[in-house]
Design a protein around this ligand. Structure first.
Ligand SMILES: NC(=O)c1ccc[n+]([C@@H]2O[C@H](COP(=O)([O-])OP(=O)(O)OC[C@H]3O[C@@H](n4cnc5c(N)ncnc54)[C@H](OP(=O)(O)O)[C@@H]3O)[C@@H](O)[C@H]2O)c1
Length: 327
């Protein structure tokens, strides 16, 4: 089969297709012939073994440690495709089922391939009316948003929720999901993305340049999903209700950052997404009933993965970048 195989994490890797063996499946896995994949910022951050040194602390991409000492590597976690073989312990799927999911995050997903050995517990049935491209998008970014709204916090109708970077991969699902759960959604973005944020369901749009955090009426927030991570702790201090959570997503917080949030009386934590069966099944239901869909920014062929990475790195993605597989 064709796959993008790397000897090690390396920003100069060519990301070209090579021939490699179709993977064996374990008893709790299925073999999926991939039709579409999705990429995320963590893909290029992992490829680069992206490390930021902030406040004297070394912060690596959340999935990078999974590849220490591992070779060869096949990157990628998000896929949609068709089951071609079923492990002995799997009762949930049969050959021919169309499925989608986020495989083994934050581990070795091996999704950049024509065939992927995927734990049945990391997949859900793809709703029939949903395309492989839409389903492939609604994986890592969608599970991240869903876990913020239903696992790390439980949204109640009427909650006031602020989403930053609300038209990016995570943000555009977070806005739709928070609306679906009955929240009042405030999107913090720039003018170019305001119309899309509104279309996704945001009740109110604030703009970075014009919203004066020090003088505006307090937003009385119950939750902040901070996918952008651009605002300092002081930005939020007047606007979150006491004790209400702020989920910071771009990277782990340093001790110094934690201190800054604490000084502002904020309950801010980094949250990391993990492959969870009930969450991908919930997302399948949300796709099925039309509560959530994927805004597709662009579709790249598998042969153009490097170009897809360059596009993702611009930081201007509206919804998801999808990779189409040869079928
Ligand atoms: N913790 C986790 O488990 C987890 C899971 C998924 C993603 N993430 C992280 O969350 C972040 C968002 O992910 P995503 O998939 O939504 O990415 P994305 O699709 O690339 O997000 C695009 C949006 O990010 C904002 N942005 C662009 N440049 C920026 C900059 N220099 N600083 C801050 N924000 C910028 C822009 O929104 P505005 O102009 O509207 O701000 C843009 O629309 C990334 O850092 C990603 O690595 C973490």
């Amino acid at each position: 089969m064709k796959a993008i195989v790397l000897e090690k994490l390396d920003p100069t890797a060519t990301l070209e297709l090579t021939e490699t063996a179709i993977p064996e499946i374990a008893p709790d896995e299925v073999l999926v012939k991939t039709h579409a994949l999705a990429i995320n910022p963590v893909d290029y951050k992992t490829l680069e073994d992206y490390t930021i040194v902030r406040d004297g602390e070394r912060l690596r991409a959340s999935a990078a440690p999974a590849f220490d000492g591992v070779s060869p590597i096949i990157l990628g976690w998000d896929l949609a495709g068709v089951v071609t073989a079923v492990g002995n312990n799997v009762t949930k799927f049969k050959v021919g089922d169309a499925v989608f999911g986020m495989v083994h995050f934050p581990g070795h997903g091996k999704a950049y391939a024509e065939y992927v050995a995927a734990p049945a517990a990391h997949l859900a049935l793809k709703p029939a009316q949903v395309s492989f491209e839409v389903a492939a998008g609604a994986t890592l970014a969608a599970v991240t948003a869903w876990q913020c709204l239903t696992t790390h916090y439980t949204v109640r109708p009427g909650d006031r929720i602020l989403v930053t970077a609300p038209t990016g991969g995570v943000g555009h699902y977070a806005v739709q999901m928070a609306k679906h759960l009955g929240a009042y959604v405030i999107a913090l973005t720039n003018p170019a993305n305001a119309a899309l944020a509104k279309e996704l369901g945001a009740d109110e749009i604030l703009e970075y340049a014009t919203f004066d955090t020090d003088t505006a009426a307090p937003l009385q927030l119950d939750l902040v999903v901070d996918a952008g991570g651009r605002n300092p702790a002081t930005w939020f201090s007047r606007h979150l209700k006491p004790g209400s959570p702020l989920f910071y997503l771009p990277s782990r917080l340093t001790a110094h950052q934690e201190q800054l949030y604490k000084e502002q009386g904020l309950n801010a934590t980094f949250k990391m997404v993990t492959s969870t069966e009930s969450d991908i099944e919930d997302i399948a239901r949300l796709l099925q009933d039309g509560s959530v869909t994927t805004t597709i920014d662009s579709i790249f062929p598998f042969t153009a993965m490097k170009a897809a990475f360059a596009e993702q790195q611009k930081g201007t993605t509206r919804g998801k970048i999808i990779i189409s597989m040869p079928v």
